[in-house]
Design a protein around this ligand. Structure first.
Ligand SMILES: C[S@@+](CC[C@H](N)C(=O)[O-])C[C@H]1O[C@@H](n2cnc3c(N)ncnc32)[C@H](O)[C@@H]1O
Length: 251
């Protein structure tokens, strides 16, 4: 059975995460100075945030890395359409084995602490360690990372594939960054509207497909995927798991 073609997420979402345009613009400003900076985005997906960063700083250059070739193809097309192709380079690669050709003045790890692999319980600490190796002295790290907005109940934990120990409170997340040698410059968190837009964007492509292919041999499988995701969201993480945006200063 050939898998069904489901519309890519970028058709329904601006960013691949719970992030409004207003917050994105503010986060970009928090990464200053950007003049002449080299900006690296690991797990960049279709790289909307990286491209906006380069758009905001006409002398900055960028590198985006992701193992998803389709997302990188879309990123390259977007860069071309915005006249940014001469200042940004994209690579299809697994970040865990990837080595950059120059240090980053600004590193973006947004919803992507998993790119270095390993045990999910250590993804955050691992990302903070690996990011230091990619950053130039006095570089800035934008870390978009999960945390517990409130303590998840047993029922919520049972309803989602996220172990309690994978995340921590916001204060403990910031302490962990400080323990890795960074200083916190700014902290924000995705609000409920940003989460809902993001989660609705995930569901939309499946629901449209189900509406348009009622008799397909794949309908049961796609319906099950959509139902599982909806349960994760509404019985699991909605209002409990947060996404923090930390702007961190490296030494
Ligand atoms: C939640 S998305 C975030 C994308 C992007 N940072 C953004 O905010 O729009 C996570 C991304 O990490 C990528 N990814 C996951 N593991 C990876 C790995 N080992 N190497 C490279 N990319 C990886 C996925 O393909 C996906 O594009």
């Amino acid at each position: 059975m050939t898998p069904p073609e489901i519309a890519p997420l970028h058709e329904d979402l601006t960013f691949h995460g719970p992030l409004s345009e207003e917050r994105a613009a503010r986060l970009i400003r928090s990464l200053a100075p950007l003049d002449g900076a080299h900006v690296v985005d690991v797990g960049c997906g279709w790289a909307e945030f990286l491209l906006r960063t380069l758009d905001a700083a006409r002398t900055a250059t960028g590198t985006g890395v992701d193992r998803d070739a389709k997302a990188i193809a879309h990123a390259e097309a977007s860069a071309g359409a915005r006249d940014l192709a001469d200042r940004v380079r994209f690579q299809v690669a697994d970040v865990s084995g990837w080595r950059p050709d120059r240090p980053a003045d600004v590193l973006i790890v947004n919803g992507a602490s998993q790119v270095w692999g390993g045990d999910p319980l250590h993804h955050t600490a691992n990302a903070l360690t690996e990011a230091r190796k990619l950053l130039a002295p006095r570089g800035r790290l934008l870390l978009g990372e999960g945390f517990w907005e409130r303590e998840p109940s047993e029922a919520q934990l049972a309803a989602m594939p996220v172990p309690r120990a994978q995340y921590r409170s916001l204060a403990d997340l910031v302490d962990l960054a400080h323990a890795h040698g960074y200083r916190l410059v700014a902290v924000e968190q995705a609000n409920q509207d940003e989460w809902d837009v993001f989660e609705n964007g995930h569901a939309l492509a499946w629901e449209r497909w189900l509406r348009d292919h009622p008799g397909s041999e794949h309908a049961a499988e796609i319906r099950a995927t959509a139902d599982t995701q909806r349960d994760y969201r509404l019985r699991g993480w909605r209002g409990t798991m947060g996404l923090a945006y930390l702007t961190l200063q490296a030494p």
